[in-house]
Ligand binder design. Structure first.
Ligand SMILES: O=C(O)CCC(=O)C(=O)O
Length: 284
């Protein structure tokens, strides 16, 4: 049923995906964020880089902060889904890579205009199901650290738009293409979440964040998973300090294929799952 719904709508809601202790630890990290950090300013290896002035404070590359952010990399609540949907399973490049990881705090007046959709969409966000297999370019996990109900600025999705052939009419009326938004097209839904829930969606589905009108702030973390051969959107690189302290499974998701530079004294290996299969075959 889940695969059917993901294929049909382009998203799934994973209830209680983050256990309460981890949720508390993440919220404690958010409490420490310097709210006056200027655009471009760094905080523990993450950089403030709001997508646009309406989206609110966003720290990119938040995995460098460490601690609870590392535990999210291979969280069992979604790992098998992202492996299946975006991990190129069964191919010579099987594996995952997190190509963007951000924190987002949105206060009253903030929103993220509708964007994406299949029509003229980038290959990076494409949805594809072929030969009995999912091959998505990017699958996002948006984790709610606060309850996100009416007026809280829930993520909006146009279900099925990852397969649509036509553009959304009048996108600027819904905050798209730099417009402002007071409402949503009737084909859109608000993915309201309880804290601890996660929204999984293919980036190729049309989505955005509705107007936050309530006081207080919406807190989310977003990890974008793609295939092992991806690279980060803005050129951020995971530091050796971070990579070296990770478990092998987590490291393989941030550095699926270790770099091999001219003169290096080793023969490079394939993507982790492929290398594992080769080892197993050799051992037989
Ligand atoms: O902030 C949101 O709810 C939507 C996030 C978004 O548009 C994105 O992940 O590209």
């Amino acid at each position: 049923m889940e695969d059917y719904l993901f294929d049909l709508r382009g998203y799934l809601i994973l209830k209680n995906a983050i256990e309460p202790q981890l949720l508390d630890a993440l919220n404690a990290e958010f409490d420490q964020f310097p709210r006056d950090l200027p655009m471009g300013g760094w905080y523990k290896g993450a950089q403030r880089r709001d997508y646009n002035p309406a989206t609110g404070m966003e720290l990119h590359h938040c995995l460098e902060i460490g601690g609870p952010f590392e535990e999210l990399i291979d969280n069992p609540s979604w790992l098998a889904y992202v492996q299946k949907y975006a991990g190129e399973q069964g191919t010579y490049v099987e594996g995952l890579f997190i190509d963007e990881c951000i924190t987002s705090q949105r206060t009253s007046g903030g929103f993220h205009g509708l964007h994406s959709g299949r029509y003229k969409g980038a290959l990076r966000g494409k949805y594809l199901y072929e030969n009995g297999q999912f091959t998505c370019g990017q699958v996002n996990i948006l984790m709610a650290l606060t309850d996100i109900g009416e007026g809280d600025g829930a993520t909006t999705i146009i279900p099925g738009s990852h397969k649509s052939n036509l553009p959304l009419p009048h996108p600027r009326e819904y905050g798209g293409e730099g417009g402002k938004t007071d409402g949503l097209p009737e084909c859109a839904i608000e993915a309201q979440l309880k804290k601890g829930d996660a929204l999984l969606f293919v980036d190729g589905v049309m989505h955005g964040g509705s107007n936050r009108t309530n006081p207080g702030e919406r807190r989310v973390v977003i990890y974008r998973y793609g295939p092992s051969w991806g690279r980060t959107r803005y050129g951020y690189e995971y530091s050796p300090e971070l990579l070296n302290r990770l478990t092998p499974q987590r490291r393989a998701i941030l550095e699926p294929v270790p770099p091999c530079r001219p003169g290096d004294d080793f023969i490079p290996v394939e993507a982790p799952a492929v290398a594992r299969r080769a080892r197993e075959a050799a051992a037989k």
